[in-house]
Design a binder for this molecule. Structure first.
Ligand code: ZN
Length: 328
């Protein structure tokens, strides 16, 4: 019954159930897929299904002490960790602590389970620390790494994990979940937000915020003007970022969101440019070459958001560079 919490990944649930029934659970999995589609929730439900003390089936009861402890984050054999919001990489000390903990005999569950979320950025030292425990996995241990793509991982790490690729959620499911959570005003907004979410419930929930939605509309409208006003564009995005409050992590999240909106629009324009029958204003103005140049500038800015640079300077430099790329 507990698996009903996970929506849209039924195939993977069944696959894990079969693997578990055959006693062939791997020691390490790497869950990859876009943000906000339920990978972390899936990992927690998997941990519960494997540690529940009341249910012999591959499903947690959500009521026994083990289930309650996993949900509260206090189970002695199940650990869930994310990259600290203020850190750019997973701290090496945390990795060492996790990998050494995996080797200890479980206190009450059949196995020790460690779930590490946001592992896309791992330093070389951290990756090496991981490799040791992946090469010689401790018995009765299960490691689940969660990231967005396999691109940022050492190929040696990827090759030692079983990679599970999660798909974006179907738009209709996102609509249903938004309505169920009362995150939207009604079916009309649910549909509108879902169509822009790219299958990410996380992004859909953010877009359900009227301020975020309004910013997206105005921001893209500004980029579609015949001439880029890079001063006005930088001011617009800075205003949006500053409105998030004083916390740096939340501001960075908003900067990511602003670039994501632009990236989605660029992908759309590139797709339309490929079929050469587009009325997208960017396609009418530029060819594929310029669109790719803009994409490059965007990816570059995106990769700098989490580094220690002043956000306002970064966004100003980005809008200048994009405006330059477009007229070059
Ligand atoms: Zn239980």
């Amino acid at each position: 019954m507990s698996w009903t919490n996970v929506r849209g990944h039924e195939e993977w649930r069944k696959r894990f159930q079969h693997v578990w029934q055959r006693g062939r659970l791997a020691h390490a999995y790497l869950f990859v897929g876009p943000q906000g589609i339920g990978k972390r929730l899936f990992a927690i439900e998997l941990a519960k299904a494997l540690t529940c003390e009341a249910s012999a089936a591959f499903d947690a009861c959500d009521q026994c002490p083990a289930c309650l402890q996993v949900m509260a984050g206090t189970h002695p054999d199940v650990r869930l960790m994310s990259r600290p919001a203020e850190k750019l990489e997973f701290p090496i000390d945390l990795i060492r602590e996790v990998t050494s903990g995996l080797g200890v005999k479980p206190a009450r569950a059949p196995r020790r389970i460690v779930i590490l979320d946001d592992v896309d950025q791992m330093s070389d030292d951290a990756a090496n620390a991981f490799l040791k425990s992946l090469e010689e996995p401790p018995p009765m241990s299960l490691l689940i790494l969660i990231g967005q793509t396999t691109d940022h991982f050492f190929s040696t790490i990827v090759s030692r994990c079983q990679v599970i690729r999660f798909d974006p959620l179907p738009p209709l499911l996102i609509e249903e979940l938004l309505l169920q959570d009362k995150a939207v005003s009604g079916p009309g907004q649910a549909k509108q937000v879902s169509q822009l979410s790219g299958g990410s419930l996380g992004l859909a929930r953010q877009l359900a915020d009227p301020d975020v939605f309004a910013f997206r509309q105005e921001w893209l409208k500004m980029w579609k003007q015949p001439r880029f006003d890079s001063v006005a564009l930088a001011a617009k995005v800075n205003e949006f970022v500053e409105a998030a409050g004083s916390e740096s992590a939340v501001k960075r999240q908003r900067a990511h969101l602003a670039l994501r909106f632009l990236a989605d629009e660029l992908i759309l324009a590139l797709r339309e440019a490929a079929v050469q029958s587009s009325d997208h204003p960017w396609c009418q103005r530029w060819g594929v070459e310029v669109l790719l140049r803009l994409t490059e500038a965007l990816l570059d800015a995106e990769s700098h958001i989490d580094r220690r640079v002043q956000l306002v300077l970064l966004l100003e430099a980005f809008t200048d560079r994009l405006a330059d790329s477009a007229v070059r």
